[in-house]
Ligand binder design. Structure first.
Ligand code: DGT
Ligand code: CA
Ligand code: CA
Ligand code: ZN
Length: 576
């Protein structure tokens, strides 16, 4: 393999990073950073200069020593110094550098201030909130680190990355690309744009004045750890955290066609191409053509219109009936964030949440919600600090007091009531009667047979205080499979009893899945999208629930937390 200038650039930057972490003198570190920049910005191939035996010390910042190192890289493809530094550095420290958001600077701070050099200790420190207190870190970075570690732990060898995790990698990259000179548009395509639960790789499209500039900027991004290919219109690189990004520069007049093509899904694309062919047209990533003449391509809408389709939302593009629906004017008007008025599955310090009722309510108000529902655990879930009935009653009194203090948002009194092994609820009826609503859920005996589990759930639903069935399948993405249950029977039982199914928006759960959402709609069962927030920022998980709901064709009418408080209460309360 031919050594490119950017290979040399990367090797020198890595050397600089490692010297930096080791605490070597700044002069030496800077000389490697300068050399990296010099080589990276040369117009000639350094490999050729070495072959022609040119004097490399004439290059700015390159002395005899560095010239020798450049020659070594060109001739052997590696640098002894880097290999040696890697040897000295604990492997685990290198593993830490792979966590998104942790460049050499932050790794160095963690290493020097807390003497942490492996992911395990890092995780512990983050859990104990020692990371957020470091200079230049804060809560957000601490949280990212924890999720980064969890992701690396669970995705080891699986190759697909959870949507929420991909978001934290892709969004900053897109902002960075968009800030480049002469860049017009930066847009995500692929499974990420379709908001699938997991993403195989990221597909990003750019329109710009000069493709070469964008590609240079791309491979120079601080989180790029490996460049797989680099050209003028297409490049691929792997980012810290293991996500591969395919970046394409597309002509402005083809923007819409390219966006359709690279958004996929493949099945959707095949189906629309077939329609085009039937009309004597051809669709590809450059446009829609009659013979050799392009008849549209600038926007997605233009392309769809030429085959008599309205714009189809990316979340629907799976060839699961969206094309037929489009042709007959029956596409759903998908639920969106603007429709959402509240969140009814919120934990507080009373059980395993981290903030007070008041703090959660204030944040919900900031989001613009009309109402929230507090739902802490009940006693059977001891590991989560579940409340005994007496404590729950105290909490209800407390909510009463807070209602008087916090104006402008309705705080509903609820509980996440555990469904016991035999299908009883974990609270006596006289306590249940004091609540505005319940979210009922399973936290034990995941291993029952399908029939037993289904019966257990339906028995619980027979309790007239059972309002919402929360995280119905119990799965944790990449961590725990759903328990066995007959979803259709459960939904039919819910429908008969006026019970609502939760779509849990926590990105680890996304439970119901898209297929279940659609099943609920078809069976006429109402859905509620709840975040199951345990801390303030978790309230923002709502968007992941919405993505999933949209993939499941749900409209505002299907989702009860789009309703005004009065209507919501009516929908939730069962006829007693
Ligand atoms: P992923 O990355 O596995 O999560 O899924 P996608 O959907 O992002 O797939 P990817 O990255 O392989 O390709 C992005 C889009 O490009 C895909 O959704 C549709 C389009 N595409 C890729 N390969 C083909 C192909 O062979 N035929 C057609 N029609 N479209 C393709
Ligand atoms: Ca992809
Ligand atoms: Ca791809
Ligand atoms: Zn919960």
């Amino acid at each position: 393999m031919a050594i490119r200038n950017d290979d040399i650039e990367r090797i020198f930057s890595e050397v600089a990073d490692m010297l930096d972490i080791k605490g070597e003198n700044q002069f030496r570190i800077r000389s490697y950073r300068n050399a990296a920049r010099t080589v990276g910005s040369l117009s000639r191939n350094v490999v050729d200069m070495v072959k022609e035996q040119q004097d490399l010390t004439k290059l700015p910042g390159i002395g005899k020593d560095l010239a020798g190192k450049i020659r070594q890289i060109c001739q052997t493809g590696r640098l002894d110094l880097l290999e040696q530094l890697k040897q000295e550095m604990p492997d685990e420290l290198l593993a830490i550098m792979d966590i998104p958001g942790l460049g050499p600077k932050r790794v160095k701070t963690i290493y020097n201030e807390l003497d942490i050099n492996n992911p395990e200790d890092l995780k512990k420190a983050a859990q104990e909130h020692r990371i957020s207190k470091l200079p230049g870190f804060g809560n957000k970075i601490e949280k990212n680190i924890l999720e980064g570690i969890a992701q690396i732990e669970t995705s080891a060898g699986q190759g697909r990355i959870a949507l929420a995790f991909a978001e934290r990698i892709i969004e900053p990259l897109c902002e960075y690309l968009a800030a480049g000179q002469g860049v017009f548009e930066v847009v995500q395509a692929g499974s990420y744009r379709r908001r699938m639960e997991t993403v195989g790789d990221a597909d990003i499209l750019v329109t710009c004045r000069d493709g070469a500039d964008v590609m240079d900027r791309f491979v120079g991004y601080e989180d790029v750890v490996d460049v797989i290919a680099k050209g003028h219109t297409k490049s691929s690189a792997v980012l810290r955290g293991g996500l591969q990004v395919d970046l394409r520069v597309v002509p402005q007049e083809s923007y819409g066609a390219a966006l359709i093509y690279f958004t996929g899904s493949k099945e959707h694309n095949v189906a629309i191409r077939k329609i085009a062919v039937e009309k004597g047209l051809k669709i590809n990533e450059y446009g829609i053509f009659r013979g050799k003449r392009s008849i549209a391509g600038r926007t997605e809408k233009d392309v769809y219109r030429k085959i008599d389709l309205p714009y189809i939302e990316p979340e629907l593009r799976e060839n699961r009936g969206e094309i037929e629906a489009g042709l007959t004017g029956r596409l759903p008007k998908l639920v969106s964030m603007d429709d959402i008025r509240g969140d009814l599955h919120i934990h507080t310090k009373w059980s395993d949440g981290r903030y007070s009722i008041e703090q959660m309510a204030e944040r919900a108000k900031q989001i613009g919600y009309d109402y929230i529902g507090i739902a802490d655990h009940t006693q059977a879930v001891a590991v989560a600090g579940g409340l005994k009935p007496e404590r729950l009653l105290e909490q209800l009194d407390e909510i009463g007091r807070i209602r008087k203090k916090v104006k402008g948002i309705t705080i509903l009194k609820g509980s996440e009531v555990d469904i016991l092994g035999d299908g009883r609820l974990d609270l006596p009826d006289e306590v249940l009667a004091r609540l505005d609503f319940t979210v009922c859920s399973i936290h034990s005996q995941f291993g029952l047979s399908q029939n037993e589990q289904t019966q257990r759930i339906i028995r619980a639903m027979d309790n007239r205080y059972f309002n919402i069935f929360a995280h119905p399948t119990g799965r944790r993405l990449g961590q725990r499979e759903p328990y066995a249950l007959d979803m259709e029977r459960v939904m039919k039982a819910a429908k008969q009893r006026g019970i609502i199914l939760e779509l849990n928006a926590n990105p680890d759960r996304l439970d119901l899945n898209d297929i279940h959402c659609r099943m609920a709609k078809e069976l006429g069962v109402k859905v509620i999208i709840n975040t199951d927030a345990h801390q303030l920022d978790d309230l923002d998980y709502m968007r992941f629930g919405l993505y999933q709901a949209r993939r499941g064709w749900l409209e505002a009418v299907d989702v009860v937390n789009t309703r005004k408080i009065g209507d919501l209460r009516k929908l939730i309360t069962r006829k007693k």
